[in-house]
Design a protein around this ligand. Sequence first.
Ligand code: ADP
Ligand code: MG
Length: 249
Amino acid sequence: MGILEVKNVNKRFGGLQALGDVNLSVAENTCHAIIGPNGAGKSTLLNCLVGKLIPDTGSVMFDGQSVLGRSPHEINQMGISRVFQTPEIFGELSVMENMMIPCFARRDGAFRMHAYKDAGAERDIIDRAESVLEDLNMIDKREMTASSMSRGDKRRLEIAMCLAQEPRLLLLDEPTAGMARADTNNTIDLLKRIKAERDITIAIIEHDMHVVFSLADRITVLAQGTPLVEDTPDKIKGHPKVREAYLGE
Ligand code: ADP
Ligand code: MG
């Protein structure tokens, strides 16, 4: 039994079957990659896991509890954090202020920026945010305005914001999209380290096969809303169905 169990999930948008009978089991403390061509339904699937979309049918269980019918916030409090396909940071705010938002959201579900100024009362949360920034080599950027950072650093900040919530399941939607090679390699190293050092399960949607093969323990290939094959990276590499559907051969 995986920490995440998706069973027979279907999702339609009008006449379009975005997900058709999706089954997915993600084992605890592994990294599971979901790959597939554009429009395959990868982001839709992720949205169904975090309560942003509700499947038409099927079940989604996290650690033995159903996530369906819960709000994104409640699902977040269950221990699932997510990095979106397009960065969702507050450009006007500093790195540290950005870090505060998910910390407070996880703890008491409220946006309480003023608490950052009133440091004494919230020392535990500030300590946690600072320790994640230190861990990710970003502590020297704590007062930087988020919008002035490089694309790679913005992505790193988003990952830091998720980690500050101490999630059990981290969901990443194309975390290296649009990144320069050096930033991509830094992100691979960072995720490898997170995986090795933390008690965390990672599900990652990723186009860059170098990233996928560097990180994944298992890979699910999604095509036209349906899992085509699920296997280890080595098996996936040589799979004829994958080459046909994904590499266009
Ligand atoms: P992927 O992330 O694999 O590229 P998506 O999950 O974003 O694919 O999209 C799967 C399909 O569903 C696509 O054909 C997309 O156009 C469609 N789709 C996604 N979201 C919506 C929506 N909110 N309304 C209508 N169609 C959508
Ligand atoms: Mg997508």
